[in-house]
Design a protein around this ligand. Structure first.
Ligand SMILES: Nc1ncnc2c1ncn2[C@@H]1O[C@H](COP(=O)(O)OP(=O)(O)O)[C@@H](O)[C@H]1O
Ligand SMILES: [Mg+2]
Length: 329
């Protein structure tokens, strides 16, 4: 996997001209490549170019009781996109099916997973961290994690500490931690939710009563309230939107103006994009290609939103940055 940030995209994110980015690449001697007419770079260059945008580590937990809505997909592509903005990212996969783990070509049997860490306190969490691409690590998952809920319950483990205590010591190593949950709302998911700075609920166009949103929101809210964490925001993202489908248009319109959920909605959606699935099957990402696709654009928007980067180009930083970049040359 060799994810790519186009120079044109970086210019757009930073609110500067393409020429300004080219100047940076040349003066700082940063590595970049060219494919046809497109100039792009990877993590190493991104770290330098985006170095002004440091943030304290944020933890996003992807939850929805329904499967197949894009929890793992969004987690994966957002994580990859974030590395292209110079971020150090960790994914913690909790789904015992381990689809995300497999999609990075990681064999989870070679590493301790969460259940092993809980069963044996002496295993350091660092043993379970696998680097998959520059800037991106994963704590993998396999079927053994299917007993997490029972184990946590039988041992009466404190839910607010089970995952948090293990992540806290390594939090400083990352700018972003994403937790991919199984389609359930048990003890393990509760423990994950109690680590969150923000809970992300992906949903797809469908009959609302079958969306799982009601159940998930109610239950996550209860988890947060029970543990005095009611301030943690919950956000809904509509995935697999297709403008040609009435279902898509109606679901988005209904959710945006929904009395309970309207305020929780991201004001954009992730469009259906066949390339996402195509690249994943080849253990690649849509960012391996340099083509512009709906998935590429939309995942970029979501990533910028989660990282607070959407404001960079609009907050007056652009003109300062342009000056700054010219000064450097
Ligand atoms: N925006 C999208 N466009 C096209 N296919 C998508 C999109 N998001 C997810 N998918 C596909 O939908 C399927 C289910 O997604 P997944 O992320 O595994 O859901 P979950 O983790 O919620 O069970 C996968 O095959 C994935 O490739
Ligand atoms: Mg999944």
């Amino acid at each position: 996997m060799q994810p790519k940030m186009l120079v044109t995209e970086a210019a757009d994110i930073l609110g500067v001209t393409v020429q300004a980015i080219h100047k940076q690449l040349k003066t700082k001697k940063l590595p970049y490549s060219k494919l046809q007419n497109r100039v792009y770079f990877g993590y190493e260059t991104a770290v330098q170019l985006f170095s002004d945008f440091k943030n304290s580590c944020k933890i996003f937990v992807f939850v929805l009781v329904k499967g197949g809505v894009g929890k793992s997909t969004l987690c994966r592509e957002v994580a990859i996109r974030s590395t292209l903005m110079g971020k150090r990212v960790l994914i913690l996969e909790l789904d015992h099916q381990g689809n995300l783990t497999k999609s990075f070509g990681v064999n989870a049997k070679e590493y301790p997973v969460l259940i092993d860490l809980l069963e044996d306190d002496s295993i350091p969490i660092s043993d379970s961290i696998v680097n998959v691409i520059p800037g991106l690590d994963i704590i993998p998952s396999r079927y053994d994690n299917s007993v997490l809920d029972n184990f946590i319950m039988l041992k009466s483990m404190p839910l607010q500490k089970v995952i948090k205590n293990r992540i806290e010591p390594i939090r400083k190593n990352y700018d972003l931690i994403l937790i991919d949950c199984p389609p359930s709302l048990g003890q393990a998911v509760t423990s994950a939710v109690l680590c969150a700075d923000e809970v992300i609920l992906p949903t797809t166009p469908c009959d609302f009563s079958d969306s799982g949103i009601d159940t998930t929101v109610k239950e996550v809210r209860r988890m947060l309230n029970d543990f005095d964490a009611s301030q943690v925001p919950m956000k809904i993202i509509l995935n697999e939107y297709d403008n040609r489908e009435r279902d898509s248009r109606e679901t988005y319109a209904d959710l945006i103006k929904h009395e309970k959920y309207g305020d929780m909605m991201f004001k954009f959606y992730i469009r259906e994009c066949k390339e996402i699935e195509k690249y994943r099957r080849r253990k690649l990402s849509i960012f391996d290609s340099t083509s512009s696709t709906a998935g590429r654009e939309d995942i970029d928007t979501l990533t910028r939103e989660l990282l607070g980067m959407n404001e960079v180009a609009t907050k007056g930083y652009a003109s300062n940055r342009e000056n700054h970049l010219s000064e450097v040359v």
